[in-house]
Ligand binder design. Structure first.
Ligand code: IPM
Ligand code: MN
Length: 355
């Protein structure tokens, strides 16, 4: 088969990690008889520099006309002082929204070889953990009404959290279905003791629960969830939560896997076309040094093969290769704790050797 993939390399370490992932996909293509066509488009700071805007029209059109999208990372200090609607991050929100990718799947699991990198006590992670965070991605406070105004104490700024029934139902449907394919345990995370939007969220979760009688569903307040993630991460199977809570909790979850450089993500809507990206950022401090960990991006490709193209064994081949490389003790600098480490290109070579 032929697949057209839009490449959004972005800023910072984005180009390096996307190049690594492309090399892996090319080898998969050769081995399994697929052709992946890659078309690069500008996004983020590099797009601002080249065109004056973070998300050029051609990029949106290119993504909408592709079979799937692979993204590196956007942003950097150079563009930090631009107004909110001109910042590189705005492009990320823009493309998620333009492609109607309301679901963000962020799997956080402890790779056996990385147990020693987990900052949690050994007895806490003795049995590992394997969590799928289902984050709502195109609603909530990220997209709510916002602005500046004169208030009681002078200048003030506001952002609003707003969720419609439709938005809550569609993300919860994904979460229930995800739970059905896994260990059938779903925790819905909200702040229903304070927020009306969370109370509607919780009510809808309860309404939907009888449709999935096999799924054991419970509610958890987000502050408690932040604590439970480090107290006993193995209690979680699938988590469903809002855009902002999902953003925060997925960074926390990534840290207990050993490194944020390990976590892939898939952003999906109602079609097979998705956007796949590591959950980490552009890491401008290490950009261009060939030391970034490309594994999160490579694993994002494995998710693309699985969710967008239904290429199950090809996807597994990538995951297995990453595991073998880690089992053999190879590490990038983020996981080496000062010991000798492999560069971005070297660890990519190792993964390719094991495909
Ligand atoms: C993420 C990032 C983005 C988000 C930023 C860069 C807009 O933190 O993908 O987790 O908050 O969604
Ligand atoms: Mn984030």
């Amino acid at each position: 088969m032929n697949y057209n993939i839009a490449l959004l390399k972005g800023d910072g370490i984005g180009p390096e990690i996307v190049d690594s992932a492309v090399r892996v996909l090319e080898v998969i293509g050769k081995k399994y008889g697929h052709v992946f066509n890659f078309t690069p488009y500008l996004i983020g700071g590099c797009a601002i520099d080249a065109t004056g805007e973070p998300l050029p029209k051609e990029t949106v059109e290119g993504c909408l006309n592709s079979d799937s999208v692979l993204l590196g990372a956007v942003g950097g200090p150079k563009w930090d002082t631009l107004p909110g609607n001109m910042r590189p991050e705005k492009a990320l929100l823009g493309i998620r929204s333009a492609m109607e990718l309301f679901t963000n799947l962020r799997p956080a699991k402890l790779y056996p070889a990385l147990k020693g990198d987990c900052p949690l006590r050994e007895d806490i992670v003795a049995n590992g953990f394997d969590i799928m965070i289902v984050r709502e991605l195109t609603g909530g406070i990220y997209f709510g009404e916002r602005g500046m105004r004169e208030g009681k104490y002078g200048e003030e700024a506001y952002d609003t959290e707003c969720y419609s029934r439709m938005e809550i139902e569609r993300i919860c449907k994904v979460a229930f279905e995800t739970a059905m394919k896994r260990n059938k345990r779903l925790v819905s995370i909200d702040k229903a003791n304070v927020l009306d939007s969370s109370r509607l969220w919780r009510k809808i979760v309860h309404e939907m629960a009888p449709m999935y009688p096999e799924v054991e569903v419970s509610d958890m307040l987000v502050d408690n969830a932040a604590m439970q993630l480090v107290r006993n991460p193995a209690q979680f199977d699938v988590i469903v939560t809002t855009n902002m809570f999902g953003d925060i909790l997925s960074d926390e979850a990534s840290q207990i896997t050993g490194s944020i450089g390990m976590l892939p993500s898939a952003s999906l809507g109602n079609t097979k076309r998705g956007l796949y990206e590591p959950i980490h950022g552009s890491a401008p401090d290490i950009a261009g040094k060939n030391i970034a960990n490309p594994i999160a991006t490579i694993l994002s490709c494995a998710m693309m093969l699985l969710y967008s193209f239904d290429l199950v064994k090809e996807s597994e081949a990538i995951v297995n290769a990453v595991n073998k490389v880690l089992d053999s003790g190879f590490r990038t600098a983020d996981l080496a704790h000062g010991a000798p480490s492999l560069s971005t290109t070297e660890i990519t070579d190792k993964i390719i050797e094991n495909l």
